[in-house]
Write a protein that binds this ligand. Sequence first.
Ligand SMILES: [Zn+2]
Length: 270
Amino acid sequence: MSKETFSNRTSGDLREKDKQKLLLYNRNVTCPVCGNSFNARAIKKSSYRILKRDSDFFIRYSIINPYFYDVWVCDDCGYAAIKNDFLHISDYDADTVKNKITPKWHSKNYPDIYDIDLAIQRYKLSLLNYYVIDARASKKAINFLKIAWMYRLKEDNKNEIKFLNQALKNFNAAYYNESLPICGMDRFTTMYLIGELMRRTGKEEDSLTWFSQVVTSTTASSKIKNMARDQKNLVKDSLENKPHAENQYQQDEDTSRKNKTHGFLSKFLK
Ligand SMILES: [Zn+2]
């Protein structure tokens, strides 16, 4: 790389960072675990633009990415959660964080502007907290899903699928064990999402069952029915174009992937 190109790029990055700085502000938060008062970085409303919505509800933004600022972390005690959950922690769970997270926590001194790798790191930290306090499956599910989306942005397909599989497992558990709404979704939206996560992780035959239930429901909204119908047709086309041998291969892949992801989580939480 020539010197000139390098300096152009560096000043471009700086300009970009200055621009992003103007879209952020500090929000004072008191940590419900340790009582420390800290500044959470927050995005000024209306400073981001929606570019596109993916079929599993991931929103692609331009200008600045709100997902990067979705997790709040107390740098004093290591308590982290997705910002909507942050203040809602029971005394019992706060004690668990104090006993199990805080002794191992090293202050991170986060920068003013977050990037995608930092976002992934912070989402993993909040996931770790959800596991330590044994949070509901739906909390873990949305956290896994958001990490998968970050890997999608990075075009890291292997990790995206890994985290989509974990999101699917937890949404499934939430669907059968929790009361509605689940992460703000009604029954049919949850069913659609489960189907869509199955489709995206190669479980196409199984996804058809979920999409069909949404399509044939008499009470689902027409919006979600249309989305389920589109995805059902997509799966049908894909299955028709797939030779039998390839289907078998896909199933083998899924089985080995399942075995791998099981070990993956225990490694990640160590
Ligand atoms: Zn704290």
